[in-house]
Write a protein that binds this ligand. Structure first.
Ligand SMILES: [Zn+2]
Length: 340
């Protein structure tokens, strides 16, 4: 099959489009023909070098495709079935996994991180990872859903406990997590404030359901939030930007507010004034992906059309280097997808 592999860490030039042997699925696995695979910032981190990544390695976390073969131990699936894959790997039998907390499993990793991913034509996976999709959802849209919608759902619903009527600040409207979090907060009838970088992105953020869009280059986030909320601040901040916005995110919270973070795109080291943390009774929560139960829950809303995938652009798999460069320039609004 064709696959994109890295044999060393580095710039987009390390991405090699090449022929490799087809995977040999076990009798308890499903072989999926990949039709689309979305990019995430994780692809950039893995390409540049993360511990635990064995070379050569296949990137790609978000996969949609058709079932090519069903292992003989399995029932309930058929070849040709249109599916997407849970974007993660877990043991399936530890105390955390059987309790439904797969993202706390000691073996938990994202597809394409510590295990091979979907920048290829065929992938063999356990049946628990295979989720049928409706005919109304094309492969590119389907691939753009799992990682970011699961992440945003776990942050807002699973951890922050969002409730109708709250005010939510979503950092980075144009990112995958941003586009998902704006829609989920709207689904819960929240007032949504978001931030992004230029007029066309501000317009798209409003079209997606944000009540207020702040230009983070021209305006100070916490000052705008104070104006919008009549000096009160927001109930929840959805953070993934990191060092560049951390202080502004904390300042935007009301007393008793919750900041939930899943990323550090602009850098991982931030400062916290403990006096503000305890006196203002803030909650700071770390979030990593989500559980299988949450994935099925959020997909139900996507399949029903209440939450919509946001696709920026599709590239062919052989143009993977251009796709990585497009993601690194942050020009996009929504997901970048490659198709084999
Ligand atoms: Zn486990």
């Amino acid at each position: 099959m064709k696959a994109v592999r890295i044999h060393q860490f580095g710039e987009p030039e390390v991405l090699q489009y090449e022929d490799i042997p087809d995977p040999q699925p076990r009798k308890d696995q499903i072989l999926v023909r990949v039709k689309a695979c979305a990019l995430n910032h994780l692809d950039l981190w893995v390409r540049k070098g993360l511990p635990g990544v064995k070379l050569p390695h296949i990137l790609g976390s978000d996969i949609a495709g058709e079932i090519a073969a069903v292992g003989e131990y399995l029932t309930g699936f058929h070849t040709g079935q249109r599916v997407l894959l849970a974007p993660m790997h877990f043991c399936g039998h530890c105390a955390k996994c059987v309790a439904g907390l797969q993202n706390q499993c000691r073996e938990f990793t994202v597809l394409g991180n510590a295990v091979d991913g979907g920048n290829c034509e065929l992938i063999a996976v356990p049946s628990a990872s295979v989720i049928p999709i409706p005919d109304t959802l094309d492969f590119i849209a389907a691939a753009s859903v799992p990682l970011v919608f699961l992440t945003a759902w776990h942050m807002l619903v699973g951890l922050a406990g969002v409730r109708p009527g709250q005010t939510v600040l979503v950092l980075g409207a144009s990112s995958g997590v941003g586009t998902a979090a704006i829609q989920i907060a709207r689904l819960f009838q929240c007032r949504v404030i978001t931030t992004t970088g230029n007029e066309s992105k501000l317009e798209k953020a409003r079209a997606l359901g944000a009540d207020y869009a702040i230009d983070h280059y021209k305006q100070k986030i916490s000052e705008e939030v104070r104006k919008i909320t009549n000096k009160e601040g927001v109930d929840i901040v959805v953070e993934h930007v990191g060092a560049a916005t951390w202080d502004e995110s904390l300042r935007s919270l009301k007393s008793g507010g919750t900041l939930v973070t899943c990323g550090a795109t602009t850098g991982p080291s931030v400062a916290i004034d403990l006096r503000h943390l305890f006196a203002r009774q803030l909650r700071l929560l770390g979030s990593y992906m989500g559980t299988m139960g949450e994935l099925h829950e959020v997909l139900g809303h996507v399949f029903a059309g209440r939450l919509k995938p946001v696709v920026d652009r599709a590239f062919s798999l052989s143009e993977i280097r251009a796709a990585h460069e497009h993601l690194e320039k942050s020009q996009m609004f929504g997901k970048i997808v490659v198709n084999p």
